[in-house]
Design a protein around this ligand. Structure first.
Ligand code: NDP
Length: 253
């Protein structure tokens, strides 16, 4: 009997796939048999070595996702490189906190262009290629912040951007279900990456963040990656429009 969690031969594009959660997803997908195209502004030698170690076929396309031309260019490269596109993981994102009265336009624009507009553009660019495949999957990285207002830090723009990702996920799922394109999201709690390390080291934030997390610990990138693999695999064939929390119970409080 076939293992429905495997991704053998699938072509997967992962944005922000060069570190943090995106790199963990790339490593999981590689282990499941996928061929990968990763994109970000930079790829470290450490990440390159980790990817080489998987033995999978992969390629990297440098690009700033905030540039409106990048999604079309990267998706076209991915589809051409491996002859099609089966999976898109919209993982690239940025966080920025601050009290709203002092949160300037530059930071607002950074959050909305990176976390919302580029996700829309990558999906828009991917759909025509996915239509040709019959069965395909888009997976967006949302956040618990799309459901609740984090404390003690204020981060209204980020929270709103992730709520937009969740709604985009449901809307796209509805729009493309009949064409075999499943669209889901995950909503991680606090995961140990470059994005959150400053908060873990902040004596005012760390105890609050832990107290708000029933499991009492932060998550690891691979704990997100395994769920992403599931949602992008044939094992999730009847799941679309879902937003799955991966948060140590954070949303129970
Ligand atoms: P990291 O900061 O570790 O990685 C972010 C990735 O996104 C990097 O690969 C980065 O590459 C890429 N990226 C950021 N901006 C751009 C850009 N303009 N163009 C292209 N690539 C870009 O973050 P995480 O791994 O923690 O986060 C991944 C996703 O998970 C994000 O969407 C984040 O919002 C979400 N998330 C994270 C949580 C956490 O606790 N860590 C919790 C909930 C959600 P480069 O800088 O080289 O371009």
């Amino acid at each position: 009997m076939n293992d429905p969690f495997r991704l053998d031969g699938k072509v997967a594009l992962i944005t922000g796939g060069a570190r943090g959660i995106g790199l963990a997803i790339a490593q999981r997908f590689a282990g499941a048999g996928a061929r990968l195209v990763l994109t970000a502004r930079s790829l470290s030698p450490e990440a390159e070595a980790a990817l080489a170690q998987t033995g999978a076929e992969w390629d990297f396309v440098p690009g700033d996702a905030r540039d409106a031309q990048t999604p079309d260019r990267v998706v076209a490269f991915a589809a051409q490189r491996f002859g099609g596109l089966d999976i898109l993981v919209n993982n690239a994102g940025v966080a920025s906190h601050g009290d709203t009265p002092e949160f300037d336009d530059e930071r607002l624009e950074l959050i909305l262009s990176t976390n919302v507009a580029q996700v829309f553009r990558f999906c828009r660019a991917a759909v025509p290629h996915m239509r040709e495949r019959g069965e395909s999957a888009i997976l967006n990285i949302g956040s618990v912040s799309g459901f609740i207002a984090n404390i003690p830090q204020n981060q209204t723009a980020y929270n709103a951007s992730k709520a937009a990702v969740h709604m985009m996920t449901k809307s796209l799922a509805s729009e493309f279900a009949a064409e075999g394109i499943r669209v889901n999201a995950v909503a991680p709690g606090y995961i140990d990456t470059d994005m959150t390390r400053g908060g873990f080291e902040n004596p005012d934030w760390d105890p609050v963040w832990r107290r708000m997390t029933p499991m009492g610990r932060y998550g690891q990138p691979d704990e997100v990656a395994t769920a992403v693999q599931f949602l992008c695999s044939p094992a999730a064939a009847y799941i679309t429009g879902a937003v799955l929390p991966i948060d140590g119970g954070y949303l129970t409080r």
